[in-house]
Design a protein around this ligand. Structure first.
Ligand code: RP5
Length: 262
């Protein structure tokens, strides 16, 4: 998986990042001129409930946080700021992210075989993000005290279920999100355009494949956080947010016959 492409790219709401060439991403490569832009959005600095305090040393047991990326505790610099495990991004501070270090999210990948054709066309439910305008999996942040499984279903309902569905369909959705239908696609770093040297996204991406009946009858509707929601062909050239294309390709691999010549 390619990483740190989008983490070094321009986010529409960020000041311009310091340029990090491909061969200077790794912290183990010397880069004496490196002077990343320091940026934390005013909204995060106001200390909303979903954000850490501005001084990471004041966070209780912060050094015990386990990153999915390294499966280990965070590496802190001499000022107690966590260091991005993949490398330089051209920006320090937290940008738009509330947490120092990993910001944990969950991404539900809901797929079907397109129902109105005899061709095998795999599709997934994608939203249009309001911030970058890109298509994305309808994921979101794990709330305090919430399990990842709860986040997966909550985010799917919030972002893609702003519509009418019968009681039977609602039950089928709840059943779809049960543990026996989960296929873990990715647990780790996300190459997200909001990442900085001290704050980054990590996610649990899980694939759920709809039965033919659910895939043909499920209504979808965009919630407040999304500009649009639709079934998107998994093989389309549509650009996807962050690392989401990698997650879709991995999910597609899950849908191929297990005993086929693949
Ligand atoms: C991405 O940001 C994750 O993969 C997830 O889809 C998303 C969570 O952030 P919000 O959509 O809540 O902004 O890195």
């Amino acid at each position: 998986m390619q990483t740190h492409i989008k983490s070094r790219s321009q986010h529409p709401l960020y000041p311009k990042r310091f340029t990090v060439p491909d061969d200077k991403i790794s912290w183990s490569v010397e880069y004496d001129e490196y002077t990343p832009i320091d940026y934390t959005s005013p909204r995060v600095l106001e200390n909303p409930v979903w954000a850490h305090p501005n001084d990471p040393s004041s966070i209780l047991n912060f050094e015990e946080t386990i990153s999915y990326t390294t499966n280990d505790k965070l590496i802190l610099d001499s000022n107690n700021f966590p260091i991005n495990p993949i490398g330089r991004t051209g920006m320090k501070g937290r940008g738009l992210l509330g947490k120092w270090g990993p910001n944990f999210a969950a991404d539900p990948i809901v797929t079907r075989w397109r129902p109105d054709t005899t061709e095998n066309i795999p599709e997934f439910i994608g939203i249009k993000r309001k911030d970058t305008g890109e298509c994305a999996i309808p994921g979101g942040m794990v709330d305090p005290g919430e399990s990842v499984s709860q986040t997966l279903l909550r985010e799917f309902k919030e972002e893609a279920q702003n519509c009418e569905n019968s009681h039977e369909i609602k039950k089928m959705i709840n059943d779809l999100f049960s543990p026996q239908n989960e296929e873990l696609v990715h647990r780790g770093y996300v190459d997200d355009p909001r990442n900085t040297d001290n704050a980054w996204m990590e996610t649990t991406a899980v694939h759920y494949h709809c039965s033919d009946i659910l895939g043909a009858t499920l209504n979808i509707g965009a919630g407040d956080d999304a500009a649009d929601v639709k079934w998107i062909p998994m093989l389309s050239k549509t650009k996807l947010y962050a690392s989401h294309k990698d997650f879709i390709i991995q999910s597609l691999a899950n849908m191929l016959p297990r005993d086929g010549p693949y």
